[in-house]
Structure formats: C-alpha cells, structure tokens
Unconditional design. Structure first.
Length: 157
C-alpha cells in the first residue's frame, strides 16, 4: 500500500469544509481544488474535490453526496497540545455545530469530532485503577474536556 487517506463526502460544501478544517486545525493546509470536467459528475466547472491536510494527514473533500449523512460511527480526533489550543479548536469547530459529550461534537457539516488534550491516553491508560475510575467519572460529567480537572480526578484531588 502506498498511502492511506480519508475522503469526506459532502453534498456541495467540499471546498468550504476543506478550507475551514485547514484553517481551524493547527498545522492544517489547503491543497488543490479540482473542478468538474466536461461530462463529469455535476455541473462543469463546479468543485468536484478539495484536497487538504490536517495533523500531517491527507484528506479529500468530495462533492456529490446523494444525502448520506455523516454519523458518529466515524469521528476525527483532534489531539491538542494544551487546554488553550483545545479551547480554540473546540470553539471553532462548534460554530454552527452541536456539542455531544465527553469531548465529542458535530461540526456545521455534520462531521463528528473528538477534541482531546495531548496526554489523554496516559491518564486513561495508567496503572492506578482508582485514578482511572475517577478519570472516567469526571470525564462523563464534561462536554468539552478540561485537562486540569481530569488530572485532578486521577490524582484524587
């Protein structure tokens, strides 16, 4: 296998979504926008697909979805360096979207995201069973994750 990437299938919002994600996620960048050729699917000259990169991973946003909605069965995980970055990314993705729980949200395009702090798996995967139990209890009370509160829960503070 040469490469693995993700394709997100939109009705007509591919370019808008690609530009939004590339601008919102740290280190994101916009790539090529490919227009529909004569005889292609959709109106000639309309956006067929938009390439972008977030978190060092390539993505393709493709127009032409006949109405299949995104579901929570697949989500994008944005691992943020610190609470300030988490807050900024969460707030940007949430505009026009809706919060879910435990760090999950749906953005304005219906794509599910998990916005988590770096080190989350260290807290969750630790060997202190009581700390892990407190972590889970604290996380289940949150919509947007609060790293300091999660660390305090693990520590028993």
């Amino acid at each position: 296998m040469t490469a693995l990437s993700t394709c997100l299938w939109f009705a007509t919002e591919a370019e808008d979504a690609a530009r939004f994600y590339a601008a919102t996620i740290p280190g994101g960048r916009m790539g090529a926008v490919v227009r529909t050729p004569p005889g292609g699917p959709g109106p000639e000259g309309s956006v067929l697909l938009a390439l972008f990169e977030i978190g060092g991973q390539p993505f393709m946003a493709l127009n032409g979805n006949p109405g299949d909605a995104f579901t929570n069965a697949i989500s994008l995980v944005a691992t943020c360096a610190d609470q300030a970055e988490l807050d900024r990314v969460w707030d940007a993705l949430l505009v026009g979207g809706s919060p879910i729980a435990c760090g999950w949200l749906k953005d304005r395009y219906g794509v599910a995201w998990q916005v988590v702090p770096d080190g989350l798996m260290d807290l969750l995967g630790g060997t202190d069973e009581a700390g892990r139990t407190r972590f889970m209890a604290a996380m289940h009370t949150m919509v947007k994750l609060d790293l300091a509160a999660l660390k305090a829960a693990v520590a028993g503070a």
